[in-house]
Design a protein around this ligand. Structure first.
Ligand code: ZN
Length: 430
């Protein structure tokens, strides 16, 4: 298997939810000599230095300071997101049912394809907040239960003969996972399980952000291994591509300050302190400029000469549903990363930024293609245009094409992933 693809599989497997995607990224940055900066402190940074900042434990921003000050060299950015659609565990989540069956009360996060979560072994991952001496600073522990713990069982076809004609699913009734059998009392079962896993007393747990995840690992498929199937390819495949490209170039000097920006909560509209609609990246870019001796004017000069690649997956042409796609711009899996274009500015791409990305791909020696919506089909939005409301950056929205976006198991092309890394690496190597 190609080294980038086996590395992508291990990245996906070690990143079951947003907090773990950030932790996996953080560990790789640390291993490559990046040092942590804290937003609460003053920063001491030097040209050529490698740094990162986390926000809420679910967003991460890494940069290599340019040999030129930002006012002279500008920023080269790749942005992507850490979150994926799925299910969050509610407080007071245990529900004891007839026969001692315990199911969990969950809430849907973002827009998953609900039925793809049926009948698969699931487990729990996220973060747990523990009692500490300072009420304003609870201790935080990441949790990932590796063994399968849950399943959302579908209804037998004998109870719904029309199931293959399409079923309307209730998020509150149909999608609740089963945790255990034979229980008399369910209250506190999740807390006790989490406490045992972390090796703490249940009373220490103040709260949690826990989600379900699918325990099946990422796998390649296709006659020649040309496809990869995994949960969370949107957008962790782009996170992996951006991170890999940054690490490949981090020790090569560049006058540009290279930035990898991984936001949270893209799937719910980016409207949190760690999301792309907040000023978090703007604060970071401004502080990098100032910490390297620049002025407010230098920051604005830096923004004016920067370029951002906003990387979020595109919809690849599906052989069973050709009618859903634009007649002349339907990207094929395996034919390279896609420039995403929308006349109503749902994407930040324009002819200028598309031209830049097309040239980057040309120099990288990889193909690139266009994604445009069928004019009667409303498309999604992504990070790029949301970010530009905070920072007037020049940039392009792009992404490798996927099938079954927001399925519990999405499918992409291995060749496209390698091509995307090469394009990002060329960009960061400039
Ligand atoms: Zn996405």
């Amino acid at each position: 298997m190609n080294k980038y693809i086996s590395d992508l599989c291990s990245f996906l497997d070690s990143s079951p939810v947003n907090f773990w995607a950030v932790e996996t990224t953080r560990r790789r940055l640390e291993a490559a000599g990046f040092s942590a900066l804290d937003m609460r402190h003053n920063w001491q940074i030097v040209p050529g230095g490698k740094y990162y900042i986390t926000k809420n434990g679910s967003a991460i921003f890494a940069f290599v300071a340019g040999t030129a000050a930002p006012g002279e060299g500008g920023f080269h950015l790749v942005a992507a997101h850490s979150d994926s659609p799925g299910f969050r565990i509610k407080p007071h989540c245990e529900m004891l049912c007839d026969g001692g069956v315990v199911k969990l009360n969950t809430e849907v996060y973002g827009g998953p394809i609900l039925y793809t979560w049926f009948d698969r072994p699931l487990s729990i991952a996220g973060r747990v907040m523990l009692r500490s001496d300072n009420p304003l600073e609870p201790a935080c522990r990441l949790l990932r239960i590796e063994r399968p713990l849950l399943v959302i069982p579908d209804l037998a076809i004998h109870f719904n003969r029309a199931v293959n004609d399409g079923v309307k699913l209730s998020k509150q009734k149909d999608m609740l996972p089963v945790l255990a059998l034979g229980c008399d009392d369910a209250a506190g079962l999740v807390r006790a399980t989490v406490a045992a896993e972390l090796g703490v007393e249940a009373e220490e747990i103040l709260d949690y952000d826990l989600s379900l995840y699918i325990t099946a690992p990422a796998q390649t498929t296709g006659l020649n291994g040309e496809l990869i199937c995994s949960g969370r390819l949107d957008d962790l495949s782009m996170v992996h591509a951006g991170l890999t490209a940054l690490l490949e170039n981090a020790d090569k000097p560049s006058e540009h300050t290279r930035v990898l920006a991984i936001f949270d909560n893209e799937e719910t509209g980016s409207g949190t302190k760690q999301g792309a609609a907040s000023p978090v990246l703007e604060h970071i870019l401004r502080r990098i400029t100032m910490a390297l001796g620049g002025s407010e004017t230098d920051y604005m000069r830096a923004v004016a000469q920067s370029f951002m690649i906003s990387a979020d997956n595109a919809h690849g042409f599906h052989p069973n549903y050709g009618e859903k796609y634009d007649p002349t711009n339907h990207p094929a899996l395996g034919a390279g990363p896609c420039i995403k274009v929308n006349a109503n500015c749902k994407y930040m791409t324009d002819a200028d930024s598309a031209a830049v990305f097309a040239r980057i791909c040309e120099i990288a020696g990889v193909p690139c293609q266009y994604f445009v919506n069928h004019s009667d089909v409303a498309g999604g939005s992504t990070l790029g245009n949301i970010l530009t409301s905070q920072i007037p950056l020049r940039g392009v929205d792009m992404g490798a094409p996927l099938w079954a976006m927001h399925s519990a198991c999405e499918t992409a092309s291995t060749a496209d992933h390698v091509a995307t890394i090469k394009a990002f690496s060329t960009f960061f190597g400039m």
